[in-house]
Design a protein around this ligand. Structure first.
Ligand code: COA
Ligand code: ZN
Length: 305
């Protein structure tokens, strides 16, 4: 399984406390050193929309680029793409919602306008080595519109591929997905893109995050977004809350014998530093409970003679 760490972007975008550029850079550098091959390191959106990530360029220019790690920047429009290119992002993550209403709430434009903008970004990047990933946000449900037609999700995948994007992400922005729905949509998506090009992005808003991961995995998906400590959420989706938690996912994988390449002890140590950085508790479970193999001394009366 490939786990893409999204705490520096999805995780921090909703935080009310300003995280200093130095601290963002240190976090990303630490993530680079514990085995991630893909890190979403920031976004290039309007600083009025997401003030917490307004230092995107500085972050990208100051991190230590570890060879083999792809540093991704979220991009909403051509202006964002220009900024991301100037900051040497390796991959642009172009985001549009399946829900017209959520796209207007989040991106302040219609889906048609988003797609037209992405067409321009494809042109802009044609002679560069930058990778393009297309995210379908609210792919499993919308906090405004509710049900999202599965055919619509598939048609957006087709539109992204027709534009020439090489990666596709299906995002459950507010944790409305369920495992059977995930299994169905993943199978349809994998009819169009290989497992190396498909990422699932789940939020644990209704407690189904890891159940959805397992359903997607069993249906053939191999790439997942996750956020250290379970941070995250879209500020333009009412009730949004954290992504699936990276160390909880890594722990599940280890218990199930699914290789993932991340140093779980390193993850737990980093996650335990988050409350001091952000000033509040974080939702992840394993950093609090410990790994399965972190055993406790038995009370004396329970020790067999
Ligand atoms: N980066 C920085 N500034 C940008 C920008 C970008 N990518 N795109 C637009 N702007 C600036 C414009 O220059 C303009 O600045 P000004 O007010 O100083 O003149 C201002 O933002 C408004 O530009 P406009 O094109 O009218 O944008 P908008 O207000 O319609 O907003 C988006 C459109 C896409 C820029 C904005 O909705 C956005 O950034 N959304 C992203 C939200 C997000 O990150 N959600 C979570 C992740 S999914
Ligand atoms: Zn998200």
């Amino acid at each position: 399984m490939i786990i893409q760490e999204v705490a520096p972007r999805d995780g921090l975008q909703i935080e009310p406390t300003w995280v200093e550029t130095d601290d963002k850079v240190a976090l990303i550098d630490s993530l680079s050193n514990i085995g991630f091959t893909r890190i979403e390191a920031g976004s290039f959106v309007s600083p009025k929309a997401i003030p917490a990530l307004r230092d995107g360029e500085e972050v990208f220019l100051r991190i230590t680029r570890k060879p083999g790690v792809i540093y991704v920047g979220l991009v909403p429009n051509a202006r964002g793409a220009e900024r991301a290119l100037e900051a040497f992002a390796d991959e642009l993550n172009l985001v549009m919602s399946a829900s017209e209403t959520h796209n207007r709430a989040n991106m302040r434009m219609s889906c048609d306008a988003s797609l037209a903008g992405f067409g321009g970004i494809v042109e802009l990047t044609r002679h560069t080595r930058v990778l393009l990933n297309g995210t379908v946000a609210t792919a499993f449900g919308c906090p405004f519109e509710g049900h999202i037609d599965e055919d619509r999700v598939v048609s957006i995948i087709d539109a992204y591929l027709a534009l020439g994007m090489t990666g596709i992400t299906l995002a459950d922005t507010t944790g409305m997905a369920n495992p059977r729905q995930v299994s169905r949509i993943v199978k349809r998506a994998l009819g169009r893109v290989g497992p190396e090009a498909l990422t699932l992005h789940f939020h644990n808003t209704r407690g189904l995050g890891l159940a959805n991961v397992l359903a997607a995995y069993e249906a053939g998906a191999r790439r997942f977004d996750a956020s250290l400590g379970g941070l995250g959420g879209c500020p333009f989706a009412p009730g949004a809350s954290g992504n699936i938690c990276t160390e909880d996912l890594a722990n599940m994988c280890e218990e199930m014998g699914i290789p993932h390449g991340i140093d779980l002890d390193g993850l737990i140590a980093l996650s335990r530093g988050l409350p001091a950085l952000l000033g509040h508790d974080v939702p992840g479970q394993v950093a609090k409970a410990g790994r399965n193999r972190d055993l406790h001394p038995a009370p004396e009366y329970a020790v067999a003679a």
